[in-house]
Design a protein around this ligand. Structure first.
Ligand SMILES: [Zn+2]
Length: 266
Protein backbone atom coordinates (compact mmCIF):
# COMPACT_ATOMS: atom_id res chain seq x y z
CA UNK A 1 0.00 0.00 0.00
CA UNK A 2 1.19 3.48 -0.82
CA UNK A 3 1.42 5.77 2.19
CA UNK A 4 0.00 9.21 1.46
CA UNK A 5 0.08 12.09 3.96
CA UNK A 6 -3.24 12.57 5.79
CA UNK A 7 -3.28 16.26 4.87
CA UNK A 8 -3.48 15.20 1.23
CA UNK A 9 -5.80 12.20 1.63
CA UNK A 10 -8.55 13.98 3.59
CA UNK A 11 -9.24 16.79 1.06
CA UNK A 12 -8.99 14.24 -1.75
CA UNK A 13 -11.54 11.96 -0.09
CA UNK A 14 -13.88 14.90 0.64
CA UNK A 15 -13.93 15.70 -3.10
CA UNK A 16 -14.20 12.04 -4.17
CA UNK A 17 -16.94 11.42 -1.60
CA UNK A 18 -18.96 14.38 -2.86
CA UNK A 19 -18.48 13.25 -6.47
CA UNK A 20 -19.77 9.77 -5.58
CA UNK A 21 -22.63 11.42 -3.69
CA UNK A 22 -23.49 13.27 -6.89
CA UNK A 23 -23.57 9.93 -8.75
CA UNK A 24 -25.69 8.39 -5.96
CA UNK A 25 -28.24 11.21 -6.49
CA UNK A 26 -28.55 10.06 -10.10
CA UNK A 27 -28.87 6.41 -9.02
CA UNK A 28 -31.51 7.26 -6.37
CA UNK A 29 -33.58 9.20 -8.87
CA UNK A 30 -33.21 6.94 -11.90
CA UNK A 31 -32.99 3.30 -10.73
CA UNK A 32 -36.54 3.08 -9.31
CA UNK A 33 -37.98 4.52 -12.54
CA UNK A 34 -35.79 2.13 -14.58
CA UNK A 35 -33.75 4.83 -16.30
CA UNK A 36 -30.11 4.37 -17.28
CA UNK A 37 -27.69 5.88 -14.76
CA UNK A 38 -25.25 6.95 -17.49
CA UNK A 39 -27.46 8.32 -20.25
CA UNK A 40 -28.75 10.99 -20.69
CA UNK A 41 -26.51 13.42 -18.82
CA UNK A 42 -27.93 15.30 -15.82
CA UNK A 43 -30.47 17.92 -16.79
CA UNK A 44 -32.86 20.31 -15.07
CA UNK A 45 -36.16 18.60 -14.08
CA UNK A 46 -38.06 21.68 -15.13
CA UNK A 47 -36.59 23.08 -18.38
CA UNK A 48 -34.65 19.89 -19.38
CA UNK A 49 -31.55 21.96 -20.23
CA UNK A 50 -28.44 19.86 -19.47
CA UNK A 51 -26.56 20.96 -16.37
CA UNK A 52 -23.17 22.43 -17.27
CA UNK A 53 -20.15 20.53 -15.98
CA UNK A 54 -19.03 23.57 -13.99
CA UNK A 55 -22.44 23.82 -12.26
CA UNK A 56 -22.47 20.10 -11.59
CA UNK A 57 -19.57 20.31 -9.11
CA UNK A 58 -20.90 18.54 -5.99
CA UNK A 59 -22.06 20.74 -3.09
CA UNK A 60 -20.10 23.77 -4.38
CA UNK A 61 -22.14 24.01 -7.57
CA UNK A 62 -25.30 23.83 -5.52
CA UNK A 63 -24.30 26.72 -3.27
CA UNK A 64 -22.82 28.86 -6.08
CA UNK A 65 -26.19 28.82 -7.85
CA UNK A 66 -28.05 28.94 -4.50
CA UNK A 67 -29.70 25.65 -5.49
CA UNK A 68 -31.36 27.01 -8.64
CA UNK A 69 -31.18 26.06 -12.33
CA UNK A 70 -28.95 28.51 -14.22
CA UNK A 71 -31.43 28.61 -17.09
CA UNK A 72 -34.95 28.68 -15.58
CA UNK A 73 -34.19 29.36 -11.88
CA UNK A 74 -36.10 26.20 -10.89
CA UNK A 75 -35.15 25.35 -7.31
CA UNK A 76 -33.45 21.97 -6.88
CA UNK A 77 -34.33 20.02 -3.72
CA UNK A 78 -31.73 20.72 -1.00
CA UNK A 79 -31.54 16.94 -0.54
CA UNK A 80 -29.15 16.76 -3.50
CA UNK A 81 -26.53 18.71 -1.59
CA UNK A 82 -27.36 16.76 1.58
CA UNK A 83 -26.70 13.38 -0.09
CA UNK A 84 -23.37 14.69 -1.40
CA UNK A 85 -22.40 16.00 2.04
CA UNK A 86 -23.33 12.81 3.88
CA UNK A 87 -21.47 10.67 1.31
CA UNK A 88 -18.39 12.85 1.78
CA UNK A 89 -18.66 12.69 5.56
CA UNK A 90 -19.06 8.90 5.67
CA UNK A 91 -16.09 8.48 3.31
CA UNK A 92 -13.93 10.39 5.79
CA UNK A 93 -15.27 8.41 8.76
CA UNK A 94 -14.45 5.08 7.07
CA UNK A 95 -10.97 6.37 6.22
CA UNK A 96 -10.38 7.42 9.83
CA UNK A 97 -11.39 3.94 11.06
CA UNK A 98 -9.77 1.71 8.43
CA UNK A 99 -7.13 3.89 6.73
CA UNK A 100 -6.51 3.13 3.06
CA UNK A 101 -6.84 -0.65 3.40
CA UNK A 102 -8.71 -3.48 1.68
CA UNK A 103 -11.49 -3.24 4.31
CA UNK A 104 -11.79 0.46 3.51
CA UNK A 105 -12.85 -0.26 -0.09
CA UNK A 106 -15.36 -2.98 0.84
CA UNK A 107 -17.01 -0.96 3.61
CA UNK A 108 -17.00 2.15 1.42
CA UNK A 109 -18.85 0.25 -1.33
CA UNK A 110 -21.32 -1.10 1.24
CA UNK A 111 -21.89 2.39 2.66
CA UNK A 112 -22.50 3.96 -0.76
CA UNK A 113 -24.96 1.18 -1.52
CA UNK A 114 -26.77 1.80 1.77
CA UNK A 115 -27.05 5.53 1.01
CA UNK A 116 -28.83 4.63 -2.24
CA UNK A 117 -31.01 2.06 -0.41
CA UNK A 118 -31.96 4.66 2.22
CA UNK A 119 -33.17 7.35 -0.15
CA UNK A 120 -34.88 5.03 -2.64
CA UNK A 121 -36.78 3.45 0.27
CA UNK A 122 -37.75 6.91 1.58
CA UNK A 123 -39.02 7.95 -1.88
CA UNK A 124 -40.67 4.73 -3.08
CA UNK A 125 -40.91 2.28 -0.14
CA UNK A 126 -38.95 -0.30 -2.12
CA UNK A 127 -35.46 -1.78 -2.01
CA UNK A 128 -34.62 -2.73 -5.62
CA UNK A 129 -33.41 -6.33 -6.09
CA UNK A 130 -30.48 -4.92 -8.06
CA UNK A 131 -29.23 -3.25 -4.89
CA UNK A 132 -29.50 -6.54 -2.96
CA UNK A 133 -27.54 -8.26 -5.74
CA UNK A 134 -24.77 -5.66 -5.64
CA UNK A 135 -24.65 -5.96 -1.85
CA UNK A 136 -24.20 -9.75 -2.09
CA UNK A 137 -21.44 -9.34 -4.70
CA UNK A 138 -19.55 -6.87 -2.47
CA UNK A 139 -19.97 -9.26 0.49
CA UNK A 140 -18.83 -12.37 -1.38
CA UNK A 141 -15.85 -10.49 -2.84
CA UNK A 142 -14.90 -9.21 0.61
CA UNK A 143 -15.00 -12.68 2.19
CA UNK A 144 -13.42 -14.55 -0.73
CA UNK A 145 -10.49 -12.11 -0.99
CA UNK A 146 -10.27 -11.92 2.83
CA UNK A 147 -10.62 -8.15 2.59
CA UNK A 148 -13.01 -8.01 5.55
CA UNK A 149 -12.53 -9.76 8.90
CA UNK A 150 -15.37 -12.28 8.59
CA UNK A 151 -15.49 -15.91 7.42
CA UNK A 152 -18.16 -17.79 5.49
CA UNK A 153 -19.71 -19.52 8.53
CA UNK A 154 -19.97 -16.33 10.56
CA UNK A 155 -21.38 -14.42 7.56
CA UNK A 156 -23.97 -17.12 6.84
CA UNK A 157 -25.00 -17.27 10.51
CA UNK A 158 -25.28 -13.47 10.65
CA UNK A 159 -27.39 -13.41 7.47
CA UNK A 160 -29.65 -16.11 8.91
CA UNK A 161 -30.13 -14.30 12.23
CA UNK A 162 -30.61 -10.82 10.72
CA UNK A 163 -33.01 -11.83 7.93
CA UNK A 164 -34.70 -14.50 10.07
CA UNK A 165 -35.48 -12.02 12.82
CA UNK A 166 -36.96 -9.48 10.36
CA UNK A 167 -38.95 -12.23 8.66
CA UNK A 168 -40.40 -13.40 11.99
CA UNK A 169 -41.26 -9.85 13.11
CA UNK A 170 -42.84 -9.29 9.68
CA UNK A 171 -45.06 -12.36 10.05
CA UNK A 172 -46.09 -11.42 13.59
CA UNK A 173 -46.74 -7.82 12.51
CA UNK A 174 -48.84 -9.01 9.59
CA UNK A 175 -50.86 -11.18 11.95
CA UNK A 176 -51.44 -8.51 14.61
CA UNK A 177 -51.71 -5.34 12.51
CA UNK A 178 -53.33 -6.98 9.48
CA UNK A 179 -51.02 -4.95 7.24
CA UNK A 180 -47.43 -5.16 6.06
CA UNK A 181 -45.08 -3.91 8.78
CA UNK A 182 -41.73 -5.20 7.58
CA UNK A 183 -41.49 -5.72 3.84
CA UNK A 184 -39.78 -8.57 2.06
CA UNK A 185 -37.26 -6.02 0.74
CA UNK A 186 -36.15 -5.41 4.33
CA UNK A 187 -35.72 -9.17 4.88
CA UNK A 188 -33.52 -9.45 1.76
CA UNK A 189 -31.50 -6.43 2.88
CA UNK A 190 -31.13 -8.23 6.24
CA UNK A 191 -29.40 -11.13 4.44
CA UNK A 192 -26.75 -8.76 3.10
CA UNK A 193 -26.31 -6.77 6.32
CA UNK A 194 -26.18 -9.90 8.51
CA UNK A 195 -23.50 -11.29 6.19
CA UNK A 196 -21.28 -8.27 6.78
CA UNK A 197 -21.93 -8.17 10.52
CA UNK A 198 -21.94 -11.75 11.82
CA UNK A 199 -24.29 -12.88 14.58
CA UNK A 200 -23.32 -10.67 17.53
CA UNK A 201 -23.16 -7.40 15.59
CA UNK A 202 -26.35 -8.30 13.73
CA UNK A 203 -28.19 -8.37 17.05
CA UNK A 204 -26.64 -5.01 17.95
CA UNK A 205 -27.58 -3.56 14.54
CA UNK A 206 -31.17 -4.81 14.83
CA UNK A 207 -31.45 -3.35 18.31
CA UNK A 208 -30.11 0.02 17.09
CA UNK A 209 -32.42 -0.01 14.04
CA UNK A 210 -35.54 -0.59 16.10
CA UNK A 211 -34.41 1.96 18.72
CA UNK A 212 -33.71 4.63 16.05
CA UNK A 213 -37.04 4.10 14.31
CA UNK A 214 -38.89 4.16 17.64
CA UNK A 215 -37.19 7.47 18.57
CA UNK A 216 -38.08 8.90 15.16
CA UNK A 217 -41.75 7.85 15.39
CA UNK A 218 -41.97 9.09 19.00
CA UNK A 219 -40.55 12.52 18.11
CA UNK A 220 -42.64 12.90 14.94
CA UNK A 221 -45.88 11.89 16.68
CA UNK A 222 -45.04 14.16 19.64
CA UNK A 223 -44.43 17.11 17.31
CA UNK A 224 -47.61 16.22 15.40
CA UNK A 225 -45.61 16.00 12.18
CA UNK A 226 -46.85 12.49 11.44
CA UNK A 227 -50.15 10.64 11.59
CA UNK A 228 -50.52 7.43 13.58
CA UNK A 229 -51.39 5.51 10.42
CA UNK A 230 -48.36 6.85 8.50
CA UNK A 231 -46.14 4.29 6.80
CA UNK A 232 -42.42 4.61 7.49
CA UNK A 233 -39.70 2.95 5.43
CA UNK A 234 -37.52 0.64 7.57
CA UNK A 235 -34.53 0.36 5.18
CA UNK A 236 -32.96 3.64 6.38
CA UNK A 237 -32.97 2.43 10.01
CA UNK A 238 -31.51 -0.96 9.08
CA UNK A 239 -28.80 0.87 7.14
CA UNK A 240 -28.07 3.32 9.95
CA UNK A 241 -28.13 0.64 12.68
CA UNK A 242 -25.80 -1.62 10.69
CA UNK A 243 -23.31 1.12 9.87
CA UNK A 244 -23.21 2.24 13.51
CA UNK A 245 -22.61 -1.38 14.63
CA UNK A 246 -19.88 -1.77 12.00
CA UNK A 247 -18.11 1.53 12.65
CA UNK A 248 -18.03 1.18 16.43
CA UNK A 249 -15.94 -1.99 16.08
CA UNK A 250 -12.62 -1.43 17.82
CA UNK A 251 -9.39 -2.49 16.04
CA UNK A 252 -8.31 -4.52 19.10
CA UNK A 253 -11.45 -6.63 18.82
CA UNK A 254 -14.92 -6.11 20.22
CA UNK A 255 -17.26 -3.24 19.74
CA UNK A 256 -17.31 0.03 21.68
CA UNK A 257 -21.08 -0.06 22.24
CA UNK A 258 -21.10 -3.74 23.27
CA UNK A 259 -18.02 -3.31 25.50
CA UNK A 260 -19.71 -0.39 27.21
CA UNK A 261 -22.90 -2.39 27.58
CA UNK A 262 -21.18 -5.43 29.12
CA UNK A 263 -19.17 -3.21 31.46
CA UNK A 264 -22.22 -1.29 32.68
CA UNK A 265 -24.69 -4.13 32.88
CA UNK A 266 -22.62 -6.91 34.38
ZN1 LIG B 1 -34.08 24.62 -15.56
Amino acid sequence: MIELPVTLVIPLLIILGAAFGSFLNVVIYRVPIKMSVVKPKSHCFNCKVPIRIIDNIPVLGYFLLSGKCRNCKFEFPSRYAFVELITSLLTIIIYIIYGISTSFFIYLALTYLLIAVTFVDIDHFIIPNGFIGIGLIILIMGIQLRWIPIDWIEAASGAFVFAGFLFTIGIIGQFILKKESIGFGDVKLGLVLGGFLGVEYSILALYLSFALSAIYVFVMLGAKLMQKSAKIPFGPYLAAGSLIALFTTSPSGGNYILNWYYLTMF
